[in-house]
Design a protein around this ligand. Structure first.
Ligand code: 0A1
Ligand code: ZN
Length: 863
């Protein structure tokens, strides 16, 4: 509990360099839960073994717990004291002991959603990173691995289903209406992977036979009524299990794999051993309520959590600084899986778009950190796009440098060598070096240096021979003023635009601060295809004429590079226009026309390619972000493309939409393109468009079209807008995940009154601060609405600061996640910057502020 009256505790910074192996290990744990929503009693028996040479007391971390009884080797024990929230037990010169501690917790009062908490009458846990210490006293560090036996007793009516990790080895009933279950997990695991669920749930059961012929029972547990929406998740689970066997040779290792969906959850999902716990958002999907993107999210997150069984659980992390060891690698694995299950180029485009939207700004701001941070105050703040998504790019670069066979040799070595261990990022790189026979000495800098490297390119010619000069710089970041060049794979090609010989796809390994790449003989300046497939997570500065970009957008043989060329063309135009220079709409319109007309059979790719860059990404290219100019110019270009291609957009919409039940990549692509057509047409302001969009909304047989039409209408002020919002609300008011969309489309609106609208929506009876999904659907969407959040009078900043202040005492993790947008003040004009800083200061002045929010706000203020 936060005590608002206590004087502020100075933040403690944990340093990676301070790592020391644990002095006590805990090979076995027996937990006994007497379950209740308001009071749950926890009996813990830890078998501890001293690893330090000399006698040393046992430190058991706690958070908000009081020990009710302490016993050692079966005897009541008095040699203990509290140090802050932690329990210190003096065991004399013992080398082994069984330490028993009883505690009582109140799950219903646990609004942080860390530890054991109540959600809709059910009890569930979240222990990563440091939530186990909110359940019982424990070392609670990932390099302490234990075998768990968990007994739970609870009322049969309130908690008919009792689940934990591993296998259920016994169960029975009491004569007082209670029942109990005993679960055992044979695999030693760190405390952050412990899980327990008790509640009234129904199951979708299936099974999977592993490559060695073992049958695994699969169960997806949800509230009654939701079971019909679990089919996609189940298929994704089975596909993931088969994929990990095929691609990484990794088999599942228990007889049971359970997933539980809960509606109150701070993150996406959690990979607890044999008992994954998911945000409902990443389990429930049917065509009426979930968009194609939602379906993809379900598939990707189910895969991600499943893949953690090897990359995270069988091989875990030594300490939290190594978080990217499991997260970067697992994101890379889920990205590869999704690419294999659908369209690989489109998946790559989506991944890069996310990296640029979430990670590049982080790397360029006050919260920049290496994928393996050197220090933290609150580890929850480091579940970032850098650790996850840049981390995945670092693994991808190693895979590119090694090629598929050697990369597989590296991962085999890694899994075999470290199975059952708590490993480090260094262990992973060493396995890649040995398995892949490569020297990664310089490559290790990716783990050490923050900031997005920038490659500045120049083409030159000497007697018909062309060369490319690359200058690599890595920008200074907080605490890292000086940087060294990184090793990276750069895929390039060069085309003779008049049809002569080309330099085919070539993999160059960059190592120097400057490097010259010979391209060969060309009659005229070749069209250069650079960073194909986004082989390195960098920013490329290279002046190219609109004609060259348009040529590449039409002719490059790498789809990602075609996409990039068109995006660059749009970006150049928009940045120039937003900075007050003339816009070149015709070149963009021509290129969009070509892409659209030559669309062949890949509507998903076309939809991605013709989409304008986001307002935020345009802002990232400017010295000082001008949100109003960006919105104005982006809308102007959208309207110009909308008008120039009006017939094409109308024709796309006049065609029949594929049935919402058709989830093939092609059908999804067609729907995506129809959504893009709606947006372009709406931007034109042509009188009949709101009615046309409303028609799409009403005729939609599924959520993808319905939401696309609703979001399009939400930007305007037509009667159709109000009508559609009302219909949508009435239809889905009892479905929380769909109601989130209703809040979200309004917070995304480009209307000038969006700040006011968000204020009002926060007062809506369906809005609540207790549900993180709802908070994100309103406020998270709002911070993604650049022009609204940065409204010149600062009302958007105030709105978010007020939210952080209100939410922090209740759920500090989710509150702290709302702060980074306020930290980007250096990128804005002085007036906006001053207002953003003032809001950060106002947050920091709150008494009793959590460690999470204090760390994010104080670092953000430093700039
Ligand atoms: N390991 C999970 C992410 C996760 C982290 C912290 C949480 O606490 C609220 C929850 C989930 C993953 O990568 O999916
Ligand atoms: Zn993960």
């Amino acid at each position: 509990m936060t005590d608002a009256s206590s004087s502020p505790v100075p933040p403690v910074t944990i340093h990676r360099s301070d790592y020391r192996p644990p002095e006590w290990q805990v090979p076995d744990i027996a937990l006994d839960f007497a379950l209740g929503l308001d009071t749950t009693r926890v009996g813990a028996a830890l078998s501890v073994v001293r690893h330090a040479d000399a006698p040393t007391p046992l430190t058991l971390r706690g958070d908000g717990l009081t020990p009710l009884a302490v016993c050692v080797d079966g005897e009541s024990w008095n040699d203990w004291h509290m140090e802050g929230a932690d329990l210190i037990v003096d065991l004399g010169d013992r080398t082994h002991a069984v330490v028993e501690v009883d505690t009582a917790i109140d799950p219903a009062a646990n609004t942080q959603l860390m530890g054991l908490y109540a959600s809709n009458g059910m009890l569930c846990t979240q222990c990563e990173a440091e939530g186990f210490r909110r359940i019982t006293f424990h070392p609670d560090r990932p390099d302490v691995l234990s075998r768990y036996k968990v007994r739970m007793t609870g009322d049969k009516t309130a908690f008919p289903i009792l689940l934990s990790n591993g296998n259920c080895i016994a169960k029975g009933e009491g004569d007082d209406g209670s029942h109990w279950a005993l679960w055992e997990d044979p695999w030693p695991k760190p405390s952050y992977l412990f899980a327990l669920v008790a509640g009234d749930l129904v199951v979708n059961r299936d099974s999977f036979t592993t490559m060695s012929g073992r049958k695994v029972e699969l169960g997806i547990w949800v509230r009654a009524g939701d079971e019909g929406r679990t089919g996609h998740a189940m298929q994704a689970l089975k596909d993931s299990m088969a994929w990990d066997e095929r691609v990484y040779g990794r088999e599942y290792d228990l007889d049971l794999f359970n997933i539980v969906a809960v509606s109150d959850f701070n993150m996406g999902a959690m990979e607890n051993k044999g008992l994954n716990i998911f945000n409902t958002r990443y389990i429930l999907a049917d065509p009426d309520t979930a968009t194609d993107l939602d379906y993809d999210g379900v598939q990707g997150v189910v895969a991600h959590e499943y893949f953690h069984n090897w990359s995270g659980n069988r091989v875990t992390c030594r300490d939290w600084f190594q978080l990217s060891l499991k997260e970067g690698f697992t994101v890379y694995r889920d990205q590869s899986f999704s690419a294999d299950m659908g369209s690989a180029p489109v998946k790559r485009i989506e991944d890069v778009r996310l990296l640029r939207a979430a990670q590049f700004p982080e790397d360029a701001g006050p919260l920049a950190h290496p994928i393996r941070p050197d220090s933290y105050q609150e580890i929850s703040n480091f579940y970032t796009a850098t650790v996850y998504n840049k981390g995945a790019e670092i693994i991808r670069m190693m895979a590119t440098l090694l090629g598929p066979q050697r990369f597989r040799a590296g991962t085999d070595l890694y899994f075999d060598r470290h199975d059952g261990e708590a490993a480090t990022c260094e262990d992973f790189v060493r396995a890649m070096e040995e398995g892949g026979a490569i020297d990664l000495t310089q490559f290790r800098r990716w783990y050490e240096q923050a900031g997005t490297p920038r490659l500045t390119l120049t083409l030159s010619e000497d007697q018909g021979q062309w060369a490319l000069d690359v200058v690599q710089t890595v920008p200074p970041t907080p605490g890292q003023p000086e940087k060294l060049p990184m090793m990276m794979p750069l895929r390039i090609a060069a085309f003779d635009r008049s049809g002569g010989a080309s330099l085919p796809d070539t993999l160059v390994t960059l190592t120097g601060a400057t490097q010259r790449i010979a391209l060969g003989a060309f009659g005229a300046r070749p069209a250069l295809s650079i960073n194909r497939g986004f082989s390195a997570p960098v920013i490329v500065d290279f002046e190219r004429a609109p004609g060259e970009l348009a040529w590449l957008a039409a002719h490059d043989d790498d789809p990602f590079a075609r996409y990039e060329a068109l995006q660059q063309l749009m970006l150049d135009t928009l940045v120039a226009a937003a900075a007050g220079n003339a816009a070149h709409h015709p070149a963009v319109i021509d290129a969009v026309t070509q892409t659209l007309r030559g669309r062949g059979d890949d509507p998903a790719f076309v939809a991605e390619a013709v989409l304008l860059p986001s307002e935020a990404f345009i802002g990232d290219q400017m010295l000082t972000v001008d949100p109003d100019a960006i919105r104005r110019e982006r809308l102007a270009l959208q309207a110009a493309i909308g008008r120039a291609l009006e017939d094409e957009w109308r024709a796309i919409l006049a065609g029949k939409a594929p049935p919402a039940t058709d989830l093939s990549p092609h059908a999804k692509g067609e729907r995506r393109l129809r959504g893009v057509a709606l947006a372009y047409l709406a931007a034109t302001g042509i009188a009949d468009i709101p009615a046309l969009v409303f028609g799409v909304f009403s005729d939609a047989d599924g959520m993808t079209e319905r939401q696309a039409a609703l979001a399009t209408l939400a930007h305007g002020d037509s009667d159709e807008r109000a009508h559609a919002l009302d219909i949508f609300y009435q239809r889905y008011r009892d479905n929380p995940l769909v109601l989130d969309k209703w809040f979200q489309v309004q917070a995304w609106s480009m209307r000038p009154d969006t700040v006011e609208a968000v204020h009002q929506l926060a007062e809506h009876p369906d809005f609540t601060l207790s549900n993180p999904n709802r908070v994100r659907s309103l406020y998270g969407a709002f911070t993604g609405n650049q022009a609204a959040f940065h409204q010149a009078d600062g009302a958007g900043y105030r709105l978010i600061a007020d939210l952080v202040i209100a939410l922090d005492p209740r759920n500090p993790q989710t509150a702290a996640r709302m702060i980074p947008p306020l930290g980007r003040w250096k990128r804005f004009d002085e007036a906006r910057a001053a207002m953003m800083r003032a809001e950060l200061e106002r947050i920091l002045a709150q008494p009793g502020l959590s460690r999470d929010t204090t760390e994010q706000a104080s670092k953000s203020l430093l700039g």
